[in-house]
Unconditional design. Structure first.
Length: 223
């Protein structure tokens, strides 16, 4: 791809800049210009080292893949009304830009679905009756000196469901897990629980034709 293409793609997904969410104190993360990268930086940044992103940036970027390549501006406040219920202000979904083509987004969705397969790293995030796409993460933390701290990690899982018509995107991050530090073990089960409760709340019913989870896998996850 080359350093410049990789950098521009990461910036297109919103890394290195604030999302504009309606919340004070948002960070822009860290993404140095490709002009200052060393010969190994492109390789390291491609798998997540040498770059820092916020939780909302990561969720928005994954949401762009779910939205066929369209990055949306995240927001918290849907509406403000007065004591009489009259609308004072409302927030509407706003597209920021196109990050990738719909065709590329569909390919990435298929790749992310393989993570949830029984032999995938995110098998613990599978939900019976729903298709799920996602990615596990196991990030090393840095210490005060800026070097990687021994034995300190952030385990994560980010994904969306249902894949064919995405309704929710969820990011689970666990800071310094004790017993295990892999995202597929620590964060994926939490993703599953949150997703099931949210789907139920939104009254989204499972597709009986989709079999994402076998009985054996269900027993293993619950056990």
């Amino acid at each position: 791809m080359g350093a410049e293409t990789l950098f521009n793609t990461l910036r297109s997904f919103g890394f290195g800049e604030k999302t504009g969410i309606d919340s004070p104190g948002e960070t822009s993360g860290s993404l140095t210009s490709h002009k200052y990268w060393s010969k190994i930086d492109a390789g390291a940044i491609a798998f997540g080292q040498g770059i820092s992103v916020s939780a909302i940036q990561l969720t928005a970027a994954v949401g762009a893949i779910a939205n066929d390549g369209i990055l949306m501006r995240p927001y918290i406040l849907q509406a403000i009304t007065d004591n009489n219920g009259r609308l004072i202000r409302s927030t509407q979904p706003q597209a920021v830009r196109k990050t990738i083509s719909p065709q590329t987004a569909r390919v990435i969705k298929k790749i992310l679905q393989t993570t949830i397969q029984e032999d995938g790293t995110g098998a613990n995030a599978a939900i019976e009756g729903f298709t799920v796409a996602g990615k596990t993460g196991t990030a090393q933390k840095t210490d005060e000196s800026g070097t990687y701290a021994k034995g300190k990690y952030i385990a994560s899982f980010v994904g969306f469901t249902p894949v064919e018509n995405p309704e929710i995107a969820i990011l689970v991050m666990v800071n310094e897990p004790k017993k295990h530090h892999y995202g597929g073990i620590v964060a994926a089960p939490a993703f599953k629980k949150i997703a099931i409760e949210t789907l139920n709340y939104l009254n989204i019913t499972p597709d009986k034709g989709k079999h994402n989870l076998t009985a054996a896998l269900q027993e293993r996850v619950n056990g």
